[in-house]
Structures are given as structure tokens and as C-alpha cells.
Write a protein that binds this ligand. Structure first.
Ligand SMILES: Nc1nc(=O)c2c([nH]1)NC[C@@H]1CN(c3ccc(C(=O)N[C@@H](CCC(=O)O)C(=O)O)cc3)CN21
Ligand SMILES: CC(C)C(=O)C(=O)O
Ligand SMILES: [Mg+2]
Length: 274
């Protein structure tokens, strides 16, 4: 059964947590589905972890559409949310155009955008036309050159503003809000005051759900993951070891063996070479 926005809402009411993870392609989405994770984020983090950029800023609607379509083809029951890229939702018409491509061409079920009071009218506009919107407060990576890479809401005024922003997003019709790098007690308080579910990343146990980036969760990089991440496996090391074994077997003429080779009748070859 597909996991819906209504199911997410019911989870909050029941006090049941929700796990969300990013995925950017077909095979990873298949695995997410098999693991029973109910929500996938096709994040603009793809710019960093898939395309090798230093920030999320270069990611385009085209990028999100292509990766979302691959994720959708896995046919999971997950609710698929995709990020609206940097500067694609600065006015209502642009936001509609970007959401249209991501939902119609990509097949996403919902979009996510970063910001508070300034984007509330955009959220309201999208929601009015049937686009489910997830908000994103706290550390908003698209604004990293403005705010730095750091936790947000640590001072009283910033904490107050974040709570107000969360309420504004809810009032504008957002179905959920991501809280990134937010002090745990503040994230818990926002979660308690909102009717809609919060999804935390580096925001403590008090959120209604958690989201993690695929590569961080699986230990796909040898370099250390962000502080908010927990590697549940060392997949990067596993892949490196497999690649090393492959190279060594090729160099030692131990691969391929008969099992990976095509046989031919010796007489046929002899005749061909006569
Ligand atoms: N691999 C990866 N994981 C992510 O969670 C992630 C991305 N990439 N790219 C897009 C955004 C950017 N995010 C980031 C990027 C860096 C830090 C970081 O450097 N954090 C500091 C701690 C900052 C603090 O707590 O004040 C760290 O030391 O890890 C955090 C979130 C979250 N998203
Ligand atoms: C870190 C999550 C919330 C995100 O926005 C992304 O992966 O792009
Ligand atoms: Mg993002």
C-alpha cells in the first residue's frame, strides 16, 4: 500500500516515528522500498553526493526531474518528495513551473522548499493548486553562503523566529516541515506546537521523523560524514574491497573463469582457421 500524506499525519497523531532517507536512482530506491522505509527525499544534496559539487546551489530542475524519474521507476510504496532547487521558487509562477516539471515529468508526489516567512506565500500558492509542500527550516543549505554551515535557532530571537516560521508554513498549508541542525529542545517544542509532522536531521529525538542522506547512512564516503549522521554500515569500504579484488584477479589472470566465458566447439574453430 502506498504511504500517503494522510498516513504521515496519522503517524504523528499516534506518536509513531517515521524514517525518511534520500535516494537519487533506481537501485537505491528499490532497496529503500524493500527495507520498508516509507518516505524518500530526492534531495538537492545530489549536487554534493552524486555530482561532486561543493554545495547544493548548482542543482537544476532538470537534475531533480531525471533523478526523481529513476527513483519513481523502482515502484516503491514510498511517498516521494523532491527538492525545489535554489532560486526556482522566488516567485509563485516560477515555483509552479518547477513543481509542474518535478511532479508531471519526474513523478514526485510532493515538493520541498527552504525558508520561512518569505516563502509562506509561495507555499500557499502551490498548495492552492494541488501541490503538496514540505517546508525546511533551521540550516537551509541553499542559503549557506548567507548563514554559514551551522546550527540555527540557538539564540532566543532566532528560536522565536523559527517557531513563528514553522507556524506560518503550517498556516500556509505545508504538510510537514524538515528541521535541520536545530537544537533538540527547540525542535521538540516546535514539534509539540505544530499539528503537522516535523522531520529532523541533526534536530534530536523529539521530531516526528528523521531524514538522513543515503551516503552518510551507509558509510559510502571514506571522509567523515557530517556530525548529525550515523553510518549504519561501511558500504564504501565494502565496495573498495570488491573493486580491489576484481583488479587483482584481472591482473593475476584469475578472472574470468570458465563460468564467465563462452564455449566453442574445437572442431568448429579449427575449421574456421583452415
Ligand atoms: N553528505 C551530505 N549529508 C547531508 O546531510 C547534507 C549534504 N550532504 N548536502 C546537503 C545538505 C548540507 N548539509 C550539511 C552539510 C554540512 C554540515 C556540517 O558540516 N556540519 C558540521 C556541524 C555544524 C554544526 O553543528 O554547527 C559538522 O561538523 O559536521 C551539516 C549539514 C545537510 N545536507
Ligand atoms: C538534508 C535533506 C533534508 C535535504 O534537503 C537534501 O538531502 O537535499
Ligand atoms: Mg535539500
Amino acid at each position: 500500500m502506498p504511504f500517503t500524506i494522510q498516513d504521515l499525519q496519522r503517524r504523528k497523531q499516534a506518536g509513531e516515528r517515521v524514517a525518511m532517507v534520500t535516494a537519487y536512482d533506481y537501485p537505491s530506491a528499490l532497496l529503500v522500498g524493500r527495507a520498508g522505509i516509507p518516505m524518500i527525499l530526492v534531495g538537492d544534496s545530489m549536487g554534493m553526493v552524486v555530482h561532486g559539487h561543493g554545495t547544493t546551489l548548482p542543482v537544476t530542475v532538470e537534475d531533480i526531474v531525471r533523478h526523481t524519474a529513476a527513483v519513481v521507476r523502482a515502484g516503491t510504496d514510498a511517498l516521494i518528495v523532491a527538492d525545489l532547487p535554489f532560486l526556482t521558487y522566488s516567485d509563485p509562477e516560477s515555483a509552479v513551473a518547477a513543481a509542474r516539471r518535478i511532479m508531471q515529468d519526474g513523478g514526485a508526489h510532493a515538493v520541498k522548499l527552504e525558508g520561512g516567512a518569505a516563502v509562506a506565500p509561495i507555499v500557499r500558492h502551490l498548495v492552492a493548486f494541488g501541490v503538496p509542500v514540505m517546508g525546511h527550516l533551521g540550516f537551509t543549505p541553499q542559503a549557506q553562503h548567507q548563514i554559514g554551515i551551522r546550527a540555527q535557532g540557538k539564540e532566543a530571537s532566532a528560536a522565536r523566529r523559527m517557531l513563528d516560521d514553522a507556524l506560518l508554513l503550517q498556516e500556509a498549508g505545508a504538510f510537514s516541515v524538515v528541521l535541520e541542525l536545530v537544537p533538540a529542545p527547540l525542535a521538540a517544542e516546535i514539534t509539540a506546537r505544530l499539528g503537522i509532522p516535523t522531520i529532523g536531521i541533526g534536530a534530536g529525538l523529539g521530531c516526528d521523523g528523521q531524514v538522513q542522506v543515503w551516503h552518510d547512512l551507509l558509510g559510502l564516503f571514506e571522509s567523515k560524514p557530517p556530525r548529525h549522521a550515523k553510518p549504519y554500515a561501511k558500504v564504501g569500504a565494502l565496495i573498495e574491497e570488491a573493486l580491489r579484488s576484481y583488479r587483482e584477479e584481472v591482473e593475476a589472470e584469475a578472472f574470468p573463469t570458465a563460468a564467465q566465458s563462452v564455449k566453442m566447439d574445437e572442431a568448429a574453430l579449427a575449421e574456421a582457421l583452415r
